[in-house]
Ligand binder design. Structure first.
Ligand code: MLT
Length: 239
């Protein structure tokens, strides 16, 4: 049986990721935004760790077709950036250009799992698609759902998303759950009937609402609207 595990925060990700198929989850909002952007036609996304790195890379792109510079610090668009970290913004981009992207926790999580065999980008919006993809992972390998959390603290919405992916997996394959995976599944089952309301009550949900960004939370709460499975390969996120 395929083993499914969940890391509730990055600090719980094992050092050795050889043979691991990881799924990075940051529902509010980095991975929800990545899924929205790719569904809207962004060709690829280059995640980077710092604002300075993002600015330097965007300057480099200027001479070769250009890119959008996107991301956040403290949930807000950094000065000089084209876009913030709102999934809704990426649905309205005019040109099909790549995005250079930096966020506080989501891009940090992607860098943390660089040594995985395969890294996928998961959100509530593409959970079924992720599960479909994971159903074909060889049983000798393992699946680790990585919750980005918020600066070392558990983010409930990431755990719920891991739980939804697990529920979708159980419909498709024979899986063995670790205790962490059981906790994630149980927490998803408990709130499945009222996800939007629940997400608005989480720490990040409240913080975004206070900034007038409740629409982002509601967008991120939509389940299985995209069948895309973005993967992080050779420094780029693409489908
Ligand atoms: C992050 O990567 O830290 C987040 O996605 C924060 C945010 O909501 O913008």
């Amino acid at each position: 049986m395929l083993k499914l595990d969940v890391a509730f925060v990055l600090e719980l990700v094992p050092a050795d990721l050889a043979g691991e198929h990881t799924v990075v989850i940051d529902v509010l909002r980095a991975t929800s935004t990545i899924v929205a952007a790719m569904t809207a036609g962004v060709p690829y996304i280059v995640p980077v760790a710092t604002v300075a790195e993002a600015e330097a890379l965007a300057a480099d792109y200027a001479g070769r077709g250009g890119c959008y510079l996107g991301g956040e610090r403290n949930k807000l668009r950094p000065p000089g950036f084209d876009c913030g970290n709102s999934p809704l913004e990426y649905l309205q981009l005019d040109e099909e250009k790549p995005v250079v992207f930096t966020t506080t926790n989501g891009t940090r999580a992607l860098k943390r799992v660089l040594d995985s065999q395969v890294t996928l980008i998961g959100s509530l919006g593409n959970a079924a698609a992720i599960a479909k993809e994971l159903a074909s992972v060889p049983v000798a390998d393992e699946v680790l759902l990585v919750c980005s959390g918020t600066l070392g603290r558990i983010a409930a919405e990431d755990v719920l998303c891991a739980g939804l992916i697990i529920a979708e997996m159980q419909n498709r394959a024979s899986v063995q759950l670790t205790d962490a995976a059981r906790i994630a599944l149980a927490s998803y089952q408990q709130v499945a009937g009222h996800l939007p309301e629940y997400l608005l009550q989480t720490t990040s949900g409240q913080g975004l609402s206070q900034l007038g960004l409740a629409g982002d939370v509601l967008h991120a709460a939509q389940i299985n609207y995209s069948m895309l499975v973005p993967r992080y390969e050779d420094g780029r996120i693409l489908v």
